[in-house]
Design a protein around this ligand. Sequence first.
Ligand code: NAD
Length: 472
Amino acid sequence: TRTVPETVPEAMRETAATTPAQAVARAQEAFHSGVTKPRAWREAQLRALRTMLVEHEHEVAEALHGDLGKSPTEAWITETGFLVREIDHTLRHLRAWTTPRRVPVPLSLAPGRAKVVREPLGVVLVIAPWNYPLQLCLAPLVGALAAGNAVVVKPSEVAPATSALLARLLPQYLDRSAVHVVEGGVPETTALLAERFDHIFYTGNGTVGRIVLEAATRHLTPVTLELGGKSPAYVSEDADLSVTAQRLVWGKFTNAGQTCVAPDYVLATRKTIDGLKPLLAQAITAAFGEDPSRSREYGRIVSTRHFERLTAMVHHDRVVTGGRSDASTRYLEPTVVEVDDPDDPEQLVMQEEIFGPVLPLVEVDDLDAAIDFVNRREKPLALYVFTSSDRVRQRFTRDTSSGALTFNVPLAHLAVPGLPFGGVGASGTGAYHGEHSVELFSHAKSVLSLPTRPDATVFVRPPFTALKEAVV
Ligand code: NAD
């Protein structure tokens, strides 16, 4: 590893931490200095991050457009604006969330005092994916800073423009001793994972999730895994199909389907599928026009590898609407397909998370069959149910398990700061956003204090004379 010469001025020494090992060492040094602990420091970091987002909104939008063809409006709603709201919510409540909480002591320990103190964990590693490359890097950072940690951030190399922008901007606004950006792909992440952290927060696919978990085991480092999988949308016969179609189209084709909580496929009876098909086509046209390739609001597939994976899926299924593509611009039209046999390995669209603008319609006989379909597969990150029936709502709430369950709307649970965001089973472990982030990146330390007099321990100490006398 390259060492920084003593002659380099302090400010430059901080930016000179370029290797993963150096970044971690400096973050550890900053944490141990105690600089990150006061609430004033945490609030200052959050305010500076907010300023960065607002001052560089256009540059951020350009980077997101460069990486994913994201429209500036969508970028604001789903990334930059989302983060500003998360920061504002955190700043509003941070004092309450970090104030020690008194808990009652049993009579035998009176007049002792007990409290739960949230203390920062230390140095947090955030490994982010490419699909919301800003939000999924910075939302965990907000929580980790709010809880008083030093942080090493590893943006996704698959979204290079956003990664480079974060590497340039974050050191300009945040405490450079405590927050470090390490850019790169597998070699850099592997080098980071060899280091010792106090928490690792990983968002991405389950295969890499396992690598992260294995690496963390060596140091007994706690890990949050924000993973993906197939998030189903059940459309009940009693749903308003027109509204349902519009909301499904919004949820599915935002970011060209590259959203971890996008409705992956639709489950419905034959009658509902037949009713939905023309309405989905209409909703796509209403959102993106007759030719979505010309819409400013419609994104592109992130890489050639993903483009080829997605177009291969479409060719194996019956296209209801869409299906056109252009390899040179990695454009894939918003596409709806019908799946005859979801267990047929040829129907690739049902074999893995789609993570692109392809919406399969899968027929089920009834509500019970839909619940059974969901329960026979991995627990989803999100489960969407479109219905006007309380009975259907109750059945899904009671009889299925998923990271989140929402009725009549996809994606929107992320906009409720009080709701924990995370998966269960194969869709992940741990959850964040708002207070849940502060909880996640803190240790809940038990603090008990007894006065020396009266001496409550006299009853539990041998030779137990006081206890025996009290009983007799
Ligand atoms: P990705 O390819 O950007 O990978 C994620 C991170 O892992 C990157 O920083 C990358 O550098 C790192 N990485 C990749 N290979 C590695 C290796 N061999 N060793 C160590 N690190 C490695 O993103 P992705 O995984 O393609 O993201 C898509 C997946 O993420 C989907 O499954 C999606 O559902 C899921 N996702 C989940 C959430 C959530 O909040 N739960 C959000 C977005 C995406």
